[in-house]
Design a protein around this ligand. Structure first.
Ligand code: XMP
Length: 526
């Protein structure tokens, strides 16, 4: 199975390369750069210089890392990057590494600095030139390091120092190599965004060419190139934003040569399958197939309680149904799917990222499917996918749809899945979503849904003792699902939802609200 659009993508576009040394904020650096209108890609830290040079980057950023530059397995980069005439910005570990590689002194600091640290600007050019920094002697930076640069390499000036007199930023103006000890990409460094922008616009001379529109134009061309003049593509539709964006893009790029399959596994929210089917059968007339596989999935899931087991079964069954249908369509060569960047990271496909959950749209696709893979969104963050969706004219109902896991309600029913439990959860979930919408809270939330906890408790309904399930409500705010905070929903709203669920669903005994953030929790319950 080969990946198109990842290797070849965006070859003509102005870009910045982030060499990833395994730091927890590498993705965040990428997001900030794209927000600044500049395309960027993450590459492994040990990417050889010729590969970097081939990409013709306007700048290179060295990310942070949990390692120490003097540790036995300290991740390194090809030292040729310092000689290529391309501007370099090292962040935290990245600064220590470049300082050490270029002859400076880096030592294990006596004073680890974690969290908010005050620093003072010594030379404003070229990183600290924003109005924000004018007339302010002290600034804050978010630090998280133990090693420190004691002496900048020859040719470098110290641009900023912390209140502990440690070096906070260095720069060699001739070679255009800069380093900052703090993390400009995190929210807790005020003005951090402007430091990155100064590097991008003033040092690398980037212009703001990255936008949803430019992405769509490039992606449509790349899909056409990858698929060629005659071949056909099949696309799995879930009705979520990601796969719909892919579908609309394929439609634009290939017209009749793209076919679409929607597998209804019965684990969707109330009435969702019908809505999805209606939208696509109108828009993709004659090229869209709705497969009702609800019975098949329920049978396979009977008696299964382990969450990872459920995911694997659903993934495998999905592939089986999909494969049967796609093969019945005749000569298809490519499979398009809406995998996005965080899916890849969370499934451990990027080296070094631990597997947290096996997301089925990545891990479950068997090699033997025989199709080459097209994943036009694999470099995009969720909010970028939505912007692309706006650009493509997706209906509001899809754009506003919350992210929904591939295994659907199966990971929101703790324990065995049955048709009765599914129906109950669908009702509770629909009530919660309806009330959140009515209270106009939906715009603020990343996800909000109900969970069937698998616990039964005692209650009183009417004059009788009642024994029935506990339903949990989960609502979170998040930027990208990597971290999330539980939502402070108004009590009146929660009360209304609770009253409706216990009142309208005869089995429901109790409603609880989940107040766990991620980490330590995850967004889903399984
Ligand atoms: P967690 O629960 O890991 O969820 O905090 C992070 C985001 O991923 C979604 N999610 C999944 N998506 N297949 C998917 O396609 C899965 O198996 C899966 N599990 C979780 C979850 O809804 C949230 O947006």
């Amino acid at each position: 199975m080969e990946h198109f659009l990842s290797e070849k993508s965006t070859s003509m576009r102005e870009k910045v390369i982030i060499l990833d040394f395994g730091g927890q904020y590498s993705m965040l650096i990428a997001r900030r750069i794209r927000e600044a209108g500049v395309y960027c890609e993450l590459m492994p830290h040990n990417t050889p210089w010729n590969k970097i040079e081939e990409a013709e980057p306007a700048g290179i950023i060295l990310s942070g890392s949990p390692a120490s530059v003097y540790g036995p397995d300290a991740p390194q980069c090809d030292p040729k990057i310092y000689k290529g005439g391309i501007p370099v910005l090292g962040i935290c570990y990245g600064m220590q590494l470049l300082a050490r590689d270029l002859g400076g002194t880096v030592k294990k600091g006596n004073r680890s600095e974690f969290g908010r640290t005050t620093f003072e600007i010594i030379e404003a050019e070229p990183l600290f030139i924003d109005d924000l920094f004018k007339n302010r002697k002290s600034l804050y930076g978010w630090m998280s390091h133990q090693d420190e640069v004691l002496e900048a390499p020859h040719g470098f000036s110290v641009l900023a120092r912390t209140e502990n007199d440690a070096i906070a930023a260095i720069g060699d103006h001739d070679r255009k190599i800069y380093g900052v000890q703090f993390h400009p990409e995190v929210f807790h460094t005020p003005g951090g965004g402007s430091i990155l922008k100064s590097f991008l616009y003033n040092v690398c001379r980037c212009s703001r060419t990255w936008s949803a529109r430019s992405f769509v134009e490039d992606a449509v061309l790349e899909i056409r190139q990858a698929v060629g003049e005659k071949d056909k593509v099949v696309c799995a539709l879930s009705g979520g934003v990601d796969s719909t964006v892919v579908a609309f893009m394929l439609d634009q790029a290939l017209g009749e040569r793209a076919k679409y399959i929607f597998v209804d596994h019965g684990l969707l929210r109330l009435d969702e399958a019908r809505q999805v089917s209606r939208l696509f059968s109108e828009r993709l007339r004659g090229r869209f197939m709705h497969i009702d596989a609800r019975e098949r999935f329920l049978q396979k899931l009977a008696g299964v309680t382990d969450p990872e087991e459920k995911r694997k079964i659903i993934g495998a069954e999905f592939i089986a149904v999909f494969k049967e249908t796609a093969l019945s369509m005749g000569d298809i060569s490519f499979l398009a799917q809406g995998t996005i960047y965080p899916d890849i990271i969370e499934s451990g496909s990027v080296k070094g990222a631990a597997v947290i959950k096996s997301h089925h749209n990545v891990g479950g696709l068997p090699e033997e499917l025989g199709f080459d893979l097209i994943e036009p969104l694999r470099e995009l963050f969720k909010d970028e996918v939505r912007l692309v969706g706006v650009e493509l004219g997706l209906p509001e109902s899809i754009l506003k749809r919350q992210p929904f896991p591939g295994p659907g309600l199966a990971v929101r029913i703790i324990g065995e899945i049955t048709a009765e439990k599914l129906a109950l959860l669908q009702k509770a979930d629909a009530i919660f979503r309806e009330e959140v919408g009515k209270a106009e809270q939906d715009g603020e939330l990343w996800q909000y849904f109900a969970v069937l906890t698998g616990i039964n408790v005692v209650g009183v309904k009417g004059d009788d003792r009642h024994y029935g399930p506990v339903i949990a409500l989960r609502a979170v705010v998040s930027e990208d699902a990597m971290t999330a905070d539980w939502a402070r929903l108004p009590h009146d709203l929660l009360e209304k939802v609770s009253a409706r669920i216990t009142g309208e669903i005869p089995e429901a005994a109790r409603v609880v609200y989940d107040i766990t953030s991620k980490p330590p929790g995850t967004i889903e319950w399984e």
